[in-house]
Design a protein around this ligand. Structure first.
Ligand SMILES: *Cc1c(COP(=O)(O)O)cnc(C)c1O
Length: 232
């Protein structure tokens, strides 16, 4: 899969260049390869090229993929990034290393209750609905402070930070504005005493803006795997 390997390198270079412009160490930014709708073989090819963190959106699809790649499980990280209904939390709690899309306390409570005792705490991010968020899900900025404090107190979760999906925007300045809002909320929560280290923001079309505003995880699908086909 020469395209995939080339694409991965190109995305790494975009991250490195943006980090340089921002005066940041490129190693402080993790590339999460979003593999939703793509087959396990593509994940395996990216893994062979050195990629270690993968993002998935759909529970059933992801569990099938995780099982198909069980031989790599010890050295690969699975991140759930899609909308999560409360009746679908158990397989996520049992199979993933991270959940970026925790958007309310009830989901966090279920994940904590359902996280198996033999696994380390599940890393989670609170999804925040910053102005004009495309998906419309996520805690509002005013409610985020209280929800984050409550999630941080749950025993089987490790609250790592915040996640957002800003509306697509044209110029880099327009792209930076919502990412800056998320970073400001992140800093406020840290000043309030929460030990957060993760800002999950930036996708194929706006990862530079996100890195300039402090992203520590960028979630990139299309620029690595190509255009998604949802027809089957
Ligand atoms: C699909 C998806 C991505 C990747 O988007 P691309 O534009 O393909 O890079 C990132 N984050 C979330 C939450 C997604 O659902």
């Amino acid at each position: 899969m020469p395209d995939l390997i080339h694409n991965l390198e190109a995305v790494q270079q975009r991250i490195a260049l943006a980090a340089q412009v921002a005066g940041r160490d490129p190693r402080s930014i993790t590339l999460l390869a979003v593999s939703k709708t793509f087959p396990a073989e593509d994940v395996r090819a990216a893994y062979t090229a050195g990629q270690r963190a993968f993002g998935e959106n759909y529970v059933q699809e992801s569990i099938t993929k995780i099982e198909a790649l069980a031989d790599l499980r010890a050295t690969l990280e699975w991140h759930f990034i899609g909308p999560l209904q409360s009746n679908k939390t158990r397989p996520v709690a049992e199979n993933f290393d991270w959940v970026h899309s925790v958007d309310r306390l009830k989901i966090a409570q279920r994940l904590s209750e359902q996280r198996p005792d033999n696994l380390p705490p599940l890393n989670v991010c609170l999804q925040v609905n910053i102005s004009g968020e495309a998906s419309k899900s996520g805690a509002s900025i005013p409610e985020a402070v209280e929800v984050a404090q409550a999630i941080a107190a749950l025993p089987k979760l490790n609250l790592r930070g915040l996640m957002a999906i800003p509306e697509p925007a044209g110029s880099i300045e327009e792209q930076r504005a919502p990412h800056r809002q998320l970073r400001e909320l992140f800093e406020r929560l840290r000043n309030d005493g929460l030990e957060l280290d993760t800002l999950s923001m930036g996708m194929s079309s706006d990862l530079e803006a996100a890195v300039l505003e402090g992203a520590t995880i960028v979630r990139v699908g299309t620029a690595i795997f190509g255009t998604r086909d949802y027809s089957h």
